[in-house]
Design a protein around this ligand. Structure first.
Ligand code: TTP
Ligand code: MG
Length: 393
């Protein structure tokens, strides 16, 4: 049976919640993040409304830069608790349609709705219903991609943001994929994109014209992966908790980085993402993994096994940053960082199956609550403060 995968992602999530609760912010550039202190503030933009994006403001931009681009913006500190509550409500809506929900972050999930079609209609109908339910219940908008696999669904949800709904039909995969720029290729950072462009590959369609073995000889393991994606092939299942061997997140920098503070901040962000997913899946693991790829593509992986299983952001960050400090060759530029956890043990997977579906659902939903406590809580703030001062590089 052909799979039906939805990727749902809220539009300008934190900013949308602020605009909902403050009607006077509606239609205005709202920037959620650090205090700009009239241009001299430190810290970054968490997110901003689409009205602010036209000024060039975006997530992770230094708040001082945002202030220069958009001094008339409405600057709002993040209200983590509130966003976690809204997230919980949105995930409740997802679980109305299927149990196969794979959370990617606070505002984003994959849903495998293949088996739900008898009850709720086809994928497109469910996408409409989910968007409608979210607006009715939470009065904010989501964008949804409907496709036969995760890769296509994730691209689709992003294409017509905000308030988008893009469907990729199986017989139209090439039409959908081929015109897209190769920056949409998963796993291809700026450097790989440059190499591809030198080979005169600018779109996914250009890439699809290359035989698999040519791509493999040029890009090694990644070559076969690129080939599959260019043909719209992605068989990865939705991982709702059971049967997970490891949970990891990677980040490829737009520009290679040798600034230790920025690298550590990225490790923190990745640890938060991994921790969040672990708690969502009620998984605790023993072995923390760090992956570092230098600008010449040499890749180092290191791991440390702990005496006890963990699932918290703080330990993930402490261990991954210690591995980083022990192994990073100062001054060298890094193109990719990754943090992961494995060693979940058999017990846990067995325990999972002891809960019935309803119980699993409510437990998962409860755990969403802790994400932003971690993100904005005291621990993170004090950890950020103990980071080394920014070096000039
Ligand atoms: P995103 O889904 O990446 O962004 P978004 O929902 O604000 O906007 P879009 O319409 O493009 O999806 O992230 C979800 C939330 O996570 C976002 O509202 C704020 C938070 N976030 C950060 O705090 N820092 C970041 O660097 C990013 C990317 C997101
Ligand atoms: Mg979003």
């Amino acid at each position: 049976m052909e799979r039906v995968i939805l990727h749902v992602d809220m539009d300008a999530f934190f900013a949308a919640v602020e605009q909902r609760d403050h009607p006077e912010y509606q239609g205005k550039p709202v920037i959620v993040g650090a205090d700009p202190k009239e241009g001299s503030g430190r810290g970054v933009v968490s997110t901003c409304s689409y009205e602010a994006r036209v000024f060039g403001v975006h997530s992770a931009l230094p708040i001082s830069r945002a202030y220069k681009l958009c001094p008339q913006g409405i600057y709002v500190p993040p209200n983590g608790k509130l966003y976690a509550q809204v997230s919980k409500k949105i995930f409740e809506i997802f679980y109305e349609f299927t149990d196969a929900v794979e959370p990617l972050s606070i505002d984003e999930a994959f849903l495998d709705v293949t088996g739900s079609q008898k009850l709720f209609g086809n994928g497109v109908e469910m996408a409409h219903q989910i968007k409608k339910r979210i607006i009715e219940k939470e009065r904010i908008s989501a964008s949804v991609g409907v496709a036969p696999n995760k890769y296509l669904a994730k691209i689709a949800s992003d294409l017509e943001k905000p308030d988008g709904l893009v469907v990729v039909r199986k017989d139209k995969i090439n039409e959908f994929l081929h015109p897209l720029d190769i920056s949409r290729l998963w796993g291809a950072g700026i450097r790989t994109q440059e190499v591809l462009r030198k080979m005169d590959i600018h779109t996914i369609g250009d890439l699809a014209a290359f035989p698999r073995d040519v791509l493999s000889s040029k890009f090694g393991k990644m070559g076969a992966h690129f080939y599959n994606l260019a043909h719209g092939i992605d068989d990865r299942p939705i991982v709702a908790g059971e049967g997970v061997k490891s949970v990891s997140n990677e980040h490829t920098f737009g520009r290679d980085v040798n600034d230790v503070e920025q690298l550590l901040q990225t490790l923190l962000w990745l640890s938060e993402k991994v921790g969040y997913r672990l708690r969502q899946k009620r998984l605790k693991g023993k072995t923390v993994h760090l992956k570092m790829r230098y600008d010449n593509f040499s890749t180092i992986t290191r791991n440390k096994t702990l005496p006890e299983r963990i699932d918290n952001t703080q330990t993930l960050y402490e261990i991954s940053s210690a591995l980083f400090n022990e192994n990073y060759q100062r001054g060298r530029k890094i193109r990719l960082l990754g943090v992961g956890l494995s060693g979940f043990g058999k017990m846990q997977t067995e325990q999972l199956s002891l809960f019935d579906a309803q119980d699993r659902k409510s437990k998962k939903l409860d755990q969403i609550q802790d994400l932003l406590t971690n993100r904005f809580g005291k621990k993170i703030i004090s950890r950020a403060d103990t980071m080394p001062p920014k070096k000039k590089s």
